[in-house]
Design a protein. Structure first.
Length: 463
């Protein structure tokens, strides 16, 4: 057995001890860095756009990753106009139950945390904003209102006689507003933030700048960057899972968490306009495949687009009555294309298509207007109308053309007499031998022209 002293002497004689010390130092530094990243790092993810199912998925994955890495905190850089109420509630549940402290940072300059973003900001363990940002305007949009159209004012509603339907609608609106107020106030009480302003944000659509939000006790920090934010929240105490935890973020390593490709794809196809386009491509691809069986390409593209559209629609507040109306419209237009008539099916289908497209998404499922772009709807309707009436015009024109197949195509064709007796005989026309009759005697070999057809007998005359 080699003793330690002998081993040291051997290393010194080999003159490799400086290299060994260097390697040992680098190994210790790497282990320290790895330990620092795994225990005490800060995970940063960015949310930019409408709050939806894809956002919920990204937040859930970020929380899971931060927990696996034993991160000190998860910083969510937020810029949103609002989004789906259901997704917002799911995100809040995940944030409240998170084992890792979550910091919502409304940034960069010019960003906003409107509507659903205000709820998410209130749910954070620490709320921060960059200079030049704002939050608020958390009032749910009017239930049943047509996007882009003016709504009646409250004083006008008082002066008018309300019907039972209008009263029911007003009750639903009050219920939605009161529910939103209760949720935001409960978050304010949970995190020790301004509950009175939270109610104003819902009932009066109040907004605040970053400086005003800090003054009103709505947020905790105004920071110019993530590094500035980490420095300011260092040493702060937060309650996570009922236990108090002190943040050590100043020197913590920063790791960026990016959404995976499935989350990004879901974000793209859940855009109302993209989902609508995919839906149209899917329907028309399937229709063209049935119209021309064996083409394969329209059917494959249509089938894939239809499935993608349905996936996107599942992440949106779809009004199923409007969706049924849209499908009925397409079915009627397809029926017009397959059985061309005077255009009644096409016109009715076009009207159903327009109405269904306009009301495709149900407003109560979101706190912002989620609608299909009106120019896109008009463009799709015009394209469909041109397609329908083009098919009808082609069908009407085809009726006026002489037959190009069958026995009727023999009319006007030239032939040759095979044999003849009196006023009857047989002629060869179009490579076939037909019984024939004519008004005068003919001889074998005479050239004739087909005048008409009576059953299986051709009426001919000398050519």
């Amino acid at each position: 057995m080699i003793h330690a002293a002998s081993l040291v002497a051997l290393v010194r004689r080999s003159r490799m001890w400086p290299l060994l010390f260097l390697l040992a130092g680098l190994s210790a530094l790497a282990q320290a860095q790895t330990q620092r990243e795994a225990n005490g790092g800060v995970l940063v993810t960015t949310i930019n756009g409408v709050i939806g199912v894809s956002t919920t998925r990204q937040i859930d994955q970020a929380i899971q990753r931060a927990n696996e890495q034993q991160a000190v905190a998860l910083i969510v850089q937020l810029d949103t106009p609002g989004g789906l109420v259901t997704s917002t509630r799911d995100i809040i549940k995940a944030m409240v139950a998170s084992p890792v402290p979550i910091v919502i940072y409304v940034a960069p300059c010019g960003a906003r945390a409107a509507s659903a973003g205000t709820f998410i900001t209130y749910a954070a363990h620490i709320a921060a904003m960059a200079p030049g940002t704002n939050l608020g305007a958390a009032t749910p949009i009017e239930i049943g209102g047509l996007p882009g159209m003016p709504q009646r004012q409250p004083d006008q509603q008082k002066n008018e006689k309300e019907s039972s339907a209008a009263s029911s609608q007003a009750a639903r609106e009050r219920k939605a507003v009161n529910d939103a107020v209760a949720m935001l106030r409960s978050l304010a009480q949970l995190r020790g933030r301004n509950a009175e302003w939270a109610e104003k944000a819902v009932r009066e659509a109040a907004t605040l700048t970053s400086a005003e939000a800090l003054k009103e006790g709505v947020i905790d920090v105004v920071a110019s960057s993530v590094d500035d934010l980490r420095a300011q929240i260092d040493g702060r105490k937060v309650s996570v899972g009922g236990a108090e935890r002190t943040l050590a973020t100043r020197n913590a390593a920063v790791t960026v968490f990016e959404a995976d490709w499935r989350t990004r794809a879901l974000s793209i196809i859940s855009d109302p306009n993209i989902a609508f386009i995919l839906l149209m491509i899917g329907f028309y691809g399937v229709i063209l495949e049935f119209w021309n069986p064996g083409a394969l390409v329209p059917g494959v593209i249509g089938g894939i687009s239809l499935l993608l559209a349905l996936t996107g629609l599942s992440a949106l507040p779809v009004h199923y009555g409007a969706l049924a109306l849209l499908v009925l419209g397409i079915a009627l237009m397809a029926a017009e294309a397959f059985t061309p008539g005077i255009g009644v099916l096409g016109i009715g289908g076009l009207a159903a298509f327009l109405v269904g497209s306009i009301f495709l998404f149900d407003a109560p499922g979101a706190d912002i207007e989620i609608v299909v772009s009106l120019p896109l709807i008009v463009g799709a309707a015009v394209t469909t109308a041109l397609l329908i009436f083009g098919i009808v015009a082609a069908a009407m024109k085809a009726r006026e053309r002489p037959p190009a197949a069958g026995a009727e195509q023999l009319i006007g064709m030239r032939g040759e007499v095979v044999d003849w007796d009196g006023e009857k005989g047989r002629v060869r026309a179009n490579g076939e031998i037909w019984a024939a009759r004519g008004g005068r005697a003919l001889q074998a070999g005479d050239a004739v022209r087909v005048v008409s057809r009576e059953g299986l007998t051709l009426v001919v005359e000398r050519s």
